[in-house]
Ligand binder design. Structure first.
Ligand code: SF4
Length: 496
């Protein structure tokens, strides 16, 4: 029997079609264990749903305990026909689509889906500015609307996301995600549905593609092994699925790309590959050559001028994006370029209260300003973005101008954007701090170092107050700071 298409299947499809295919037809013995971070996300989602239901002012018909699918559908349909105002965990199905909806709400004589999410309803944008709809949320709402339409019970092509901030955000499925998107959300849903139908009927077998999200996927080990065996183009940093697919019929592997003359594919400053400009093709070609050469070494591709100062701060913060909470500011201080002088200074929030977050932020700012001519090294724009947010949240700690002075490029260097991506090339599959510092011989003390793992540890710290968990968070952050120093020294060696 062909598997039904569900909302979670479409959610996964938007992230990675290969994952859908592997979930349906892959060998379960090959699956990795589910990461503790992903388990934590599920648990938080369930808890948040319970909180929302408990605070609901309307009477909710709860169908979550009905186990038999046919009975579940019958009860949901009956409830909708009699006009129940709010139905929790109703099951609806039509035309090979099945949905177990968080909430079905009676509106305008029919029903509209409402999804409860423990994340933000939109992506992009700032704290107080709206972003745009998330495609993986939109396709789920659209599937429910599609089923309701087929049952003659839809209030219209729209739905709502009730997000972690308690906001109810309307998703109008008849509009596009943003000005640059040609298709409406409904059309994007239909495209995703067609792909899903082709996967469930085995008409197509999608290819995997190495991406940062793979690290949290339970198919990571077999997928990466397969991509390596295929010498897949997505092993090249930043190349990604869309460009791989655009190039694949002409150039199907890293070694094939390494062997080409890029000029042969460039005419009048453009390449024959959709979405790939001439300079990008040359960059991907250079990376393919590095990956294809077992003796390859990193190199500088542009001149760099790295400031030197008596005191250097290697700076890294830890943030729980679901709580929207910054729980650690870590700084490794080095004097005179001598690693023996290194010391780690940490400003940790002992609890998850705003007062604690404010106090750690204030202490970190004060420390960073304590040596005004120290160079601050950090990896990616994230630290600056979060500090701007924290300043808006706690304006009594410092002014916006102080934050801009702190991150003045003459003093604070974003090693990733200002140096690594602009001026260096590495024989690695990505340019994350983990990958590059490991390449240079650095090793983290933890056997599972990642930002996601740290968020899960902080969640445990909040619940259990286990000092060993706190120590793990601090050690991990300290190692991230040291890794930034190792990378800086490695780049200095390239420059010399
Ligand atoms: S590891 Fe990556 S490519 Fe493979 S199924 Fe998961 S997300 Fe897709």
């Amino acid at each position: 029997m062909t598997p039904a298409i569900t909302a979670s299947l479409l959610y996964n499809l938007v992230q990675c079609p290969k994952r859908v295919e592997r979930d349906l037809f892959g060998d379960p013995a090959e699956r990795d264990a589910v990461s503790p971070f992903v388990t934590m996300l599920w648990q938080r989602g369930t808890l948040y749903e319970a909180e929302v239901l408990a605070s609901c002012r309307l009477t909710v018909l709860d169908l979550s305990s009905v186990k038999d699918a046919a009975e579940h559908e019958r009860l949901t349909l009956e409830a909708m026909r009699r006009g129940e105002p709010l139905i929790y965990a109703g099951r609806i199905q039509a035309g090979g689509l099945v949905g177990i909806q968080d909430l079905l709400r009676f509106e305008n004589g029919s029903y509209v889906p409402v999804d409860i999410k423990s994340g933000r309803a939109e992506e992009g944008g700032e704290d107080d500015h709206d972003g745009k709809p998330k495609l993986h949320y939109a396709v789920q709402l659209a599937l429910y609307v599609d089923i309701l339409e087929q049952q003659g019970l839809s209030a219209g092509r729209y739905g709502f996301i009730l997000d972690v901030r308690g906001r109810e955000v309307r998703y109008d499925l008849t509009t596009a995600r943003g000005p640059k998107t040609r298709l409406t959300l409904w059309e994007e849903y239909k495209t995703a549905l067609t792909t899903a139908q082709a996967i469930v009927s085995k008409t197509i077998t999608p290819k995997g593609a190495l991406a940062s999200s793979c690290k949290l996927c339970h198919w990571y080990s077999p997928c990466v092994a397969g991509l390596r065996a295929d010498d897949d183009l997505t092993l090249i940093p930043v190349l990604g699925r869309a460009i791989r697919d655009a190039m694949f019929d002409t150039i199907d592997s890293v070694s094939a790309l390494a062997a080409i003359d890029p000029e042969a594919f460039i005419q009048k400053g453009k390449t024959v590959f959709k979405g790939v400009g001439a300079e990008r093709l040359k960059t991907f070609h250079a990376r393919a050559r590095l990956l294809s050469d077992p003796n390859a070494k990193p190199y500088l591709k542009a001149p760099i001028a790295l400031p030197s100062s008596e005191v250097e701060f290697f700076f890294d913060i830890e943030v729980d994006p679901l709580r929207d909470f910054t729980y650690l500011h870590g700084i490794v201080e080095r004097r005179g370029g001598d690693n023996a002088t290194e010391r780690f200074v940490a400003f940790f929030t002992e609890d998850e209260s705003p007062a604690s977050e404010r106090s750690a932020f204030a202490d970190a700012i004060s420390f960073l300003n304590s040596v005004p001519d120290a160079t601050i090294w950090y990896y990616s724009k994230y630290e600056r973005t979060i500090y701007r947010k924290l300043q808006e949240r706690y304006p009594e700690v410092c002014s916006a101008d102080e934050i801009e002075r702190l991150f003045n490029p003459a003093r604070a260097i974003d090693l990733y954007n200002d140096v690594v991506t602009r001026a260096t090339e590495w024989p690695t599959n990505d340019q994350s701090i983990k990958t590059l510092a490991k390449y240079l011989g650095f090793s983290w003390r933890d056997n599972n170092p990642s930002g996601a793992a740290s968020i899960e540890w902080f969640d445990r710290w909040v619940r259990e107050r286990d000092p060993a968990v706190k120590a793990r968070i601090l050690d991990y952050n300290e190692d991230d700071c040291r890794a930034t120093r190792v990378l800086l020294d490695g780049i200095r060696e390239l420059a010399s």
